[in-house]
Every structure is written in C-alpha cells, then in structure tokens.
Design a protein around this ligand. Structure first.
Ligand SMILES: [Zn+2]
Length: 186
C-alpha cells in the first residue's frame, strides 16, 4: 500500500493528456489507470481524443464527472473535513467487512487533510476460532481528540479506488451545507 500513489490516482488532470484542452468544463470524460513501470498511473482524456486512441492499454477505466466550478457551491475545508470524519466514524462504528475499503480510503483522506496523524502499522494476531488470518492494521490518531484509530490495511485496487472516490464525492456533494463559504478548496 503506497499512500501517495493512490492519492495521486484520485486527482483528475485539468487538461486532456493528448490535445491539452481543458477538462474542467467537460461534463464527463474518460479516465484510465495504466501500469507504467509497475506503478498505477492515472490518465485523463477528452472524449474526442479517447475516440481516436487505437491502442487502449489500461487495467481500469471510468468516466470522470466534472463539476463546473462556476455554478457550484464548493465545500470549505472545514466542512469537508467534518463530513469525512462523520462518515468515517459512522462506518467504523458499524464494524462490517463491507466498509473496510471505504474506511481505508477515508482514513487516508483524513490524514492528507491533517485530521488524522499517521502512527504506523501493527500486526493483529490471527483468530483461528473466527477464521480470521493474521493481518496488518494501520494506526492513526485523531489530532483533536488524541483518540487512536486502527483500520485494516487493504491492497491497492484501481477500480475500488474509483468506485470509492465516486461514492465519497457524491456524499460530499449531497451534503453541502447552506451557508456561504469562506475557505474554498482549490
Ligand atoms: Zn483531447
């Protein structure tokens, strides 16, 4: 698991990789993950260029939905952090296996946004009676409360990242507070 690697995969490019046109105004455009020297690398294209590409070499493909910056109210950093933390705490309290990847993803976002501190990894012993093998836990600390948070490590997976990112973006978009922003995210 490489933190920086998948945080980079998350970010869409401002311009088409081939013709350089701005992708910010495009409603939807193709994005892929390709392996370059074993590293998953994100590439964004405008729909026109995508049609022209003959040799489409990728292991993950999705349509990136762009939100027009002009007519969309943006979250402030504080609002975003609060929403992400709330979502994390809600999912973490549920303790379901189905949330593992989402928790993994959000915890890294919270670390990037300096809500969590990275503390390291820890081995969790196997529980043969519950059929659980030994696994690696990632340890974070809530910077405000000092609370220690552990989640299960996950294997990097381009498709899961894309799906999780989409879900989180939609969640953030649907939970836009009403009041006017002060601290707009770039
Ligand atoms: Zn293009």
């Amino acid at each position: 698991m490489e933190k920086e690697q998948y945080l980079n995969i998350k970010r869409p490019e401002k311009n088409c990789l081939l013709c350089g046109c701005s992708l910010v105004e495009v409603e939807k455009h193709p994005s892929i993950l390709a392996k370059i020297e074993q590293e998953p690398t994100r590439k964004d294209f405008c729909p026109t260029c995508w049609e022209k590409i003959q040799d489409r070499d990728y292991f993950s493909y999705w349509l990136t939905k762009r939100i027009k910056p002009d007519n969309t109210r943006r979250l402030t950093k504080k609002e975003r952090n609060n929403l992400l933390l709330r979502m994390f705490e809600f999912l973490n309290a549920q303790k379901g296996e189905g949330n593992a990847y989402m928790l993994f993803y959000i915890s890294h976002l919270l670390m990037r946004y300096k809500v969590f501190n990275w503390k390291g990894t820890r081995a969790a012993p196997a529980e043969p009676e519950n059929n659980i093998p030994e696994r690696t836990l990632l340890v974070f600390e809530n910077r405000i409360t000092g609370e220690e948070i552990t989640i299960q490590d996950q294997t990097l997976d381009g498709e899961k990242i894309a799906a999780t990112k989409k879900e989180i973006d939609e969640y953030l978009l649907n939970n836009l507070p009403e009041e006017s922003p002060e601290d707009i995210i770039e």
